[in-house]
Write a protein that binds this ligand. Structure first.
Ligand code: 13P
Length: 210
């Protein structure tokens, strides 16, 4: 089958993301570039637990279907990111609970823990853009272009989008962000979380060659 190994890697990431509740039912979508410059993306409305590699959609960078099922309704956001950010190899868009929670509040999330540090915190909340519209691509591209270190953006009243060099990287960014948001939420319930200072940030960067 054409794009077999890309489809398999994408499905593996879908299974992993579903197991840890980053994506549920058919909420959220994941994509990756193919070796020949197209994009493999999860199909629209297909429950993740039933998905097979044949279902995965292959689209061009303008979102036109090349093969597979009807692509995710968020294809315009994914393809806008790929068109404008050549270093992005894969994208995870999740409707994970703590991302949705903070995306409803609208405040930027400070760098309060290591999970958010590696995602490039502070994590901004993009201006409102309806899911499934090209505007979701425009608002995220504008922020990512401005902040090359940033790997995760909260989508207002919606969820998060994580970018990475490859599927593992994009998955790790989405997972780290969700853990970082959950810990921040819990800390807010107990007291006043202290942001990581510039000095502490420099120490971590030196220790891990970031
Ligand atoms: P799709 O099933 O079309 O990918 O839509 C789910 C979703 O998460 C919309 O944001």
């Amino acid at each position: 089958m054409k794009y077999q190994s890309t489809r398999e890697q994408l499905l593996d990431t879908v299974i992993k993301a579903n197991e840890v509740d980053l994506i549920r039912m058919s909420a959220g979508n994941i994509s990756t570039r193919t070796a020949d410059g197209l994009v493999a993306i999860t199909p629209s409305g297909v429950k993740y637990r039933n998905m097979s590699i044949e279902d995965i959609s292959i689209v061009d960078l303008d979102g036109n279907l090349v093969e597979g099922l009807k692509p995710s309704s968020e294809t315009p956001m994914h393809t806008a990111i790929y068109r404008n950010l050549p270093d992005v190899g894969s994208i995870c868009h999740t409707h994970s609970t703590y991302a949705i929670t903070f995306a409803m509040l609208g405040d930027e999330i400070p760098m309060v823990n290591l999970e958010l540090l590696v995602c490039g915190a502070p994590i901004p909340v993009a201006p409102w853009a309806s899911p499934g519209t090209p505007k979701a691509g425009e608002v995220t591209v504008e922020i990512f272009k401005d902040r090359p270190e940033l790997k995760v953006i909260l989508l207002r009243k919606h969820g998060l989008v994580a970018i990475g060099a490859n599927l593992d990287h994009a998955f790790d960014m989405a997972f780290n962000a969700e853990v970082g948001f959950q810990s921040y939420y819990q800390a807010l319930l107990l007291g006043k979380p202290e942001p990581i200072t510039d000095e502490q940030f420099a120490e971590v960067k030196a220790a891990y060659n970031l």
